[in-house]
Design a protein around this ligand. Structure first.
Ligand SMILES: Nc1ncnc2c1ncn2[C@@H]1O[C@H](COP(=O)(O)OP(=O)(O)OP(=O)(O)O)[C@@H](O)[C@H]1O
Length: 308
């Protein structure tokens, strides 16, 4: 850990929640040592997303409390914590999916490349193009593999095919072909499906369907990919493919992934945020640090399986 990180931790301690373990001095006196539980995380590179003072309520129930964290670009950030601690709620705040939940209220700011996504007048379609989402259960459309990938670009008018498009001289069949191949390649699925692009996507295995959903997400050219337990419904082989894919995607995209599987977080992520019951972000740091030497006793207890 660099000194600058240590220093920022020390300054962060003054305004963080803390525990107060007691240590003995050489003179044998008791001395209170403040141990930070929530620390500022400094990283190389630029933050893609900056979250500050984020509170989320469902009706009168508070699901997230004052979350502040910067998510670095082109990396994998894992969100872990026990069931109900607010991981999915947090993820949905990053592309305003919580707007669809009537009882949800969000306070605080979330900036994408320095611009507040909660400001008035934001174009939600454009936001969700830039910040795509992959869900726990693969949810391809009951359409062909090709149509699943080109669905988004078609909806946004970037791909036009068919008789009318041909008559109007707008036909982009070649562009669609290239796009479908590129996205399926990026999602590590091209080799398995290139000879059956017109087959119904529902005929694919669960793992293939999930990679197709990732290809569909990539087709609208996002900056950020949010994944909510993307492998929890898959067998170990399909899970390993998704994990490899996530690591590859981070070379080009900012990936934020919720997982219940701590080994998975340790394997695939660069940094890990630990949420605990009550919607509190208890620690956010390099993944190695979180799993090998966390600052917070509660995080240590959680990652070593003492509770949760
Ligand atoms: N649509 C909703 N309406 C009301 N309360 C909700 C809604 N979604 C989540 N909550 C509540 O908010 C809290 C956080 O839920 P959330 O799903 O974000 O947690 P989580 O950490 O992702 O849980 P899990 O790991 O079980 O998926 C919980 O108390 C949950 O009951």
């Amino acid at each position: 850990m660099s000194n600058s990180v240590n220093e920022s931790r020390e300054t962060a301690e003054s305004n963080q929640r803390s525990t107060t373990p007691v240590t003995q001095t050489t003179a044998g006196e008791s001395q209170e040592k403040t141990q930070a539980e929530w620390t500022e995380y400094e990283f190389r590179g630029e933050p893609k997303l900056s979250v500050e003072g984020l509170d989320v309520y469902y009706g009168d129930e508070q699901a997230l409390q004052g979350i502040t964290m910067d998510i670095p670009e082109n990396s994998v950030t894992a969100l872990i914590g026990p069931s109900g601690c607010g991981k999915s709620t947090f993820l949905r705040c990053l592309n305003r999916m919580n707007d669809r939940i009537k009882s949800a209220r969000v306070d605080g700011t979330v900036e994408l490349d320095g611009a507040d996504i909660y400001q008035d007048g934001i174009n939600l379609v454009e936001l969700r193009k830039r910040v795509g989402m992959v869900f726990q259960s693969p949810n391809p459309f009951p359409k062909s593999i090709r149509d699943n990938v080109s669905y988004g670009p078609r909806k946004h008018g970037e791909v036009e095919t068919g008789l009318l498009a041909r008559l109007l001289g707008d036909d982009s069949t070649d562009r669609e072909r290239e796009l479908v191949e590129r996205c399926l390649e990026q999602a590590a699925l091209w080799e398995e499906v290139n000879d059956r692009l017109d087959d119904n996507a529902l005929g694919l295995s669960g793992g293939q369907q999930q990679r197709l959903c990732i290809a569909r997400c990539l087709a609208v050219d996002p900056d950020v990919i949010l994944m909510d337990e993307p492998a929890s419904a898959l067998d170990p082989i399909a899970t390993a493919k998704i994990e490899d894919l996530i690591e590859e995607l981070a070379e080009e995209y900012t990936v934020v992934v919720v997982t219940h599987n701590m080994q998975q977080a340790a394997r695939i992520s660069d940094q890990t945020a630990v949420f605990l019951t009550g919607g509190e972000l208890v620690e956010f740091d390099d993944t190695d640090k979180i799993f090998e030497n966390p600052e917070s006793q509660r995080v240590e207890d959680y990652v070593t399986g003492k509770f949760g």
